[in-house]
Design a binder for this molecule. Structure first.
Ligand SMILES: Cc1cc2nc3c(=O)[nH]c(=O)nc-3n(C[C@H](O)[C@H](O)[C@H](O)COP(=O)(O)O)c2cc1C
Length: 179
């Protein structure tokens, strides 16, 4: 059993993050979820909370505050941090070290060397964009593990690289990372 912190950003692939949270709990892991504010417009944090039996939040401010400094507590708690799906925007924020939301703040607060997995999901033109590729390369250089998106048909009806891999494949990668 491991403590897995799931970061979720506002992608059409967010339904797979719900499934992932549920499957990881079924495997015996503890799963807490941080959604970006936009992700919380696509799917209510309440669903992640129901699937995981653990808090699912977008912020460490106001009513959502769990303790004194949630970004530090969550970063210390996590044995694995996984951002799935990771949007182009969130990838850009992480690559720039921005801490404007809880997901970004926790990413900076993780202890050096703590395992972290990035699972991009976006339209193929977005994924191929040099800015996105630069940001991903910079995150890999910073120590992020990368789960490459699959090629196929996306929710936007375009075909190409950018589809979030199947949940079973993400689970497999998580098993490898947890050793
Ligand atoms: C229905 C919908 C689906 C979206 N899917 C994606 C996606 O798969 N990947 C992506 O990079 N952006 C996607 N976007 C755009 C992002 O939601 C937008 O860039 C947003 O600002 C990202 O915010 P976040 O990274 O803070 O979650 C989508 C937007 C909408 C409305």
């Amino acid at each position: 059993m491991s403590c897995i912190l799931l970061g979720v950003s506002a992608s059409a692939a967010i339904h797979k993050a719900c499934d992932l949270a549920s499957k990881l709990v079924q495997e015996g892991h503890e799963v807490r979820t941080i959604l970006t504010p936009r992700a919380a417009e696509l799917v209510s944090p309440q669903l992640f909370q129901a699937l995981s039996g653990q808090p699912a939040v977008t912020s460490e401010w106001g009513d959502q505050r769990q303790g004194g400094m949630d970004h530090i507590e969550l970063a210390r708690w996590a044995e694995l941090y996984i951002v799935a799906p990771a949007t182009a925007n969130t990838i850009g924020c992480l690559a720039s070290g921005l801490a404007g939301d809880l997901l970004g703040t926790v990413s900076l607060a993780l202890p050096p060397g703590a395992p972290r997995l990035l699972c991009p999901a976006m339209n193929p033109s977005m994924y191929a964009h040099p800015a996105v590729q630069r940001n991903i390369a910079s995150l890999v250089e910073d120590g992020w593990q990368l789960m490459e998106p699959e090629s196929g048909r996306l929710a936007c009806e375009d075909e190409g690289d950018g589809r979030l891999p199947e949940v079973s494949q993400i689970q497999e990668r998580i098993r490898e990372l947890l050793g």
